[in-house]
Design a protein around this ligand. Structure first.
Ligand SMILES: Cc1cc2nc3c(=O)[nH]c(=O)nc-3n(C[C@H](O)[C@H](O)[C@H](O)COP(=O)(O)O)c2cc1C
Ligand code: SF4
Length: 429
């Protein structure tokens, strides 16, 4: 672990790397210059070969996404997803605050690779101060000839803009983000056409949407090569990942680690174990409220925090926002809180999500008030199961997860809130 370089959190090694001059003194914008020499196809090939996977949650390979953009279309865009709306996620803000030029450089390389002439950085409304700061960094890069017309005498023009949303969780979903950027209601679009296709992207033009952390990896990959990147991490999860840890640990924070790191190493060696004396770890939401909850058993603790290893546990690493709960936490209360979040954030466009989150919230309130029966637990499990796979965007699945998996993993917590035998109810998932 200690041999692994800080690819993203370079501010831990270089003071003031956020400043343009310091960034350039430490090799900044060399990857962009190198990319301009390599040519578009080769840049895409290297990113493909590195197996850089999207850090926004779904883990889709970035190079493959870029290769979907049609070459013969004259207008294309790159959108940086800086909405950072997932519960428990606070890594993208850290990147933009401490190493902003690496994001700008990565986004410019993506734009060059697909032949785009504009990059939009879409930030959640609450990040207005980060956006102002980014504007200054963008101005410094433009001044030095890395943004604007005829970049580094390459004949390629590209502008970079920041745009603030209004603070809705759903605007982190890529097509809702595109709508919001166009000034439309922030609701997901029906696909196909997909953002990479003509008709599906920003202003109907082919568009790459990538997360902040994904793009911030790109300059390192171009400078050091795909093999060096693949040498870090696991076979299917290359490079490092920023893990956001919150909840009942002694030292919460954002940590950059290779995907080979286990949950035990992160939660005990780095985060110092349970926060309060006399408590032990009970559960973890490894990908904020949207991914399946898991009990913090020895098996889970000894699992590597990669895409493929967490999938074997029946959960996801997603954006790696680990919310840790000790044994004082009532998991029914967790299910209720997360459900309220999704009910509030549902955009209302499709019925299973709009009505499902409403009913889940109503019935779980009844259970929490001590007025529920085992039938109510069975009812919410059924409602949640019926929502899965039946909605326009993944928020419907995210909203079903906390119910299905809390009931499955922690039936005793539900049993405490209802009268009578819960056996039938918990089997209902
Ligand atoms: C409800 C919902 C919220 C999302 N929120 C975010 C977000 O805040 N930030 C993000 O990067 N991706 C978010 N995503 C994922 C994006 O839709 C998209 O997959 C991502 O921006 C692609 O970038 P990547 O391939 O670099 O990960 C969200 C998805 C859904 C369904
Ligand atoms: S699943 Fe929910 S958030 Fe997504 S489009 Fe449907 S109503 Fe909107």
């Amino acid at each position: 672990m200690s041999d692994t370089p800080n690819i993203i959190l370079r501010a831990n090694d270089v003071e003031n790397i956020r400043d343009f001059d310091v960034y350039v003194e430490n090799g900044g914008y060399e990857a962009l210059k190198k990319s301009l020499e390599m040519g578009r196809d080769e840049v895409i090939n290297v990113v493909k070969a590195s197996n850089l996977r999207g850090r926004g949650g779904a883990g889709f390979p970035a190079g493959i996404k870029w290769s979907f953009i049609p070459k013969n279309e004259p207008i294309k865009y790159v959108c940086v997803n800086a909405d950072e709306s997932e519960t428990g996620t606070f890594k993208d803000r850290l990147i933009m605050e401490t190493n902003p030029h690496q994001l700008i450089e990565g986004a410019l390389i993506a734009a060059y690779a697909i032949g785009a002439k504009a990059v939009y950085i879409y930030l959640r409304g609450e990040f207005w101060d980060v956006a102002h700061d980014l504007d200054e960094r963008i101005a410094a890069a433009r001044e030095a000839g890395f943004i604007g017309e005829n970049i580094q005498d390459s004949g390629w023009d590209c502008e970079v803009y920041t745009h603030l949303g209004a603070g809705a969780y759903i605007c982190g979903e890529e097509t809702a983000l595109l709508n919001s950027l166009e000034g439309l209601l922030g609701q997901p679009r029906v696909r196909p056409p997909f953002p990479a296709n003509k008709g599906g992207g920003l202003y109907k033009e082919p568009t790459v949407v990538n997360n902040v952390e994904t793009l911030a990896n790109v300059p390192w990959i171009i400078n050091n090569g795909a093999d060096a990147y693949k040498a870090i991490g696991t076979e299917q999860s290359s490079g490092t990942k920023l893990y956001c840890v919150s909840g009942h640990v002694k030292n919460p924070g954002v940590f950059e680690l290779p995907f080979t790191t286990t949950f035990r190493e992160l939660l005990y060696d780095i985060c110092g174990g349970p926060r309060n004396e006399g408590t032990s770890f009970k559960a973890m939401l490894p990908s904020g409220g949207s991914g399946p909850i898991v009990p913090l058993t020895d098996e889970v603790l000894d699992t590597r925090m990669s895409y493929e290893d967490t999938a074997k546990l029946g959960t996801i690493i997603g954006s790696a926002s680990l919310i840790i709960m000790d044994d004082t936490v009532d998991i029914t209360w967790v299910a209720s809180k997360v459900t309220k979040f999704f009910k509030h954030e549902s955009c209302g466009k499709c019925t299973p999500c709009r009505e499902g989150t409403y009913w889940l919230d109503k019935v779980i309130d009844r259970i929490m008030a001590g007025e529920g029966t085992p039938k109510d637990v069975e009812l919410i499990a059924n409602v949640a199961n019926n929502m899965q796979g039946a909605t326009l965007c993944a928020l419907g699945d995210f909203a079903a997860n906390p119910i299905i998996h809390t009931i499955k993993q922690f039936p005793d917590d539900f049993a405490k809130h209802v009268q009578g035998d819960t056996e039938m109810a918990v089997a209902g998932d």
